[in-house]
Design a protein. Structure first.
Length: 86
């Protein structure tokens, strides 16, 4: 297993929110790709703008990995403007 690959069991131990850099490998994509998906409102996970950073909601990430269904992107769309300035 590659060094940056994480298991679902490991993700379940993560804090309530994680950085985009932490979440991206769990989705099998790069950090820059996840930021682009967030910016365009197409991210499969819920995100929160906190200060000057963007955090991925861990429970959302877990649901996506368990079901294969993306989370509602309406919440992501609200964040898109904030992410563009990061």
């Amino acid at each position: 297993m590659p060094a940056n690959t994480v298991t679902l069991e490991e993700i379940r131990t993560w804090p309530a929110t994680v950085s985009v850099s932490t979440a991206a490998p769990a989705l099998g994509i790069s950090r820059s790709t996840l930021y682009e998906l967030i910016r365009t409102g197409l991210a499969p996970v819920k995100v929160l703008p906190l200060g000057g950073t963007t955090r991925v909601v861990t429970n959302s990430l877990i649901r996506v990995l368990e079901t294969g269904d993306p989370e509602a992107t309406q919440a992501v769309g609200v964040v898109a403007g904030a992410v563009a300035s990061v």
